[in-house]
Design a protein around this ligand. Structure first.
Ligand code: GAR
Length: 201
């Protein structure tokens, strides 16, 4: 049975992208990573993807000015040309318009460094520390029009420890992100493959 073809959208470092690519290189993994796209030409993750054997390209926002949808049409054309069926946002730090969200409804995932619905947006670790939380974590969810909203597919918790710094907490959460995202993608890929399965007698 064919594995769903997956693209990853990044803006920077790409450590979640690397985790997904490495997980998908295992023989039994139910999805195939075929493309990495970045909105930033200098995203370090692009070279990491290429070294791991995955086609990686920047789709710069510059030619499109403020026309976010026109940029997304270019992204979508690349996704379609590569036969992509699932899109994973992995540190893609650009708000999407209803155009791209609508095109990929139910097939676009995002990972966010908090226990959503708590702390959408930026600086999640600093905000959780400042609020005196005892736990924090990360969430994989389906992408809908609201920022860091959409049905939650999986979460992982970490404790907040006495004397924690933002960097220490971020590292603890990131280690969980790298475990959680491949598991959540595998679950969606299996679900998408199901309709292809032979009908029950
Ligand atoms: C990750 O912590 C991811 O959860 C976060 O950006 C980081 C990207 O790191 N995403 C968001 O904040 C989205 N709202 P990475 O490039 O090393 O994967």
């Amino acid at each position: 049975m064919s594995k769903p073809r997956v693209a990853i959208l990044i803006s920077g470092r790409g450590s979640n992208m690397e985790g997904l690519i490495r997980a998908a290189q295992a023989q039994g993994y139910p999805a195939k990573i075929v493309l990495v796209l970045s909105n930033k030409e200098d995203a370090p993750g692009l070279d990491i993807a290429r070294k791991l054997g995955v086609t990686a390209e920047a789709v710069s926002t510059k030619p499109f000015g403020k026309d976010r949808e026109a940029h997304e049409r270019m992204i979508d054309a690349r996704l379609q040309a590569a036969g992509v069926e699932i899109v994973c946002l992995a540190g893609y730090m650009r708000l999407l318009t209803p155009y791209l969200v609508g095109r990929w409804a139910g097939r676009m995932l995002n990972i966010h460094p908090s226990l959503l619905p708590a702390y959408p947006g930026l600086d999640t670790h600093a905000r959780a520390l400042a609020a005196g939380e005892q736990k924090h974590g990360c969430t994989v969810h389906l992408v809908t029009e609201g920022m860091d909203e959409g049905p939650i597919l999986a979460q992982a918790e970490v404790p907040i420890l006495p004397g924690d710094t933002e960097a220490a907490l971020a590292a603890r959460v990131l280690a969980q992100e790298h475990i959680l995202y491949p598991v959540a993608l595998a679950a969606l890929a299996e679900k998408i493959r199901l309709p292809e399965a032979a009908p029950r007698p």
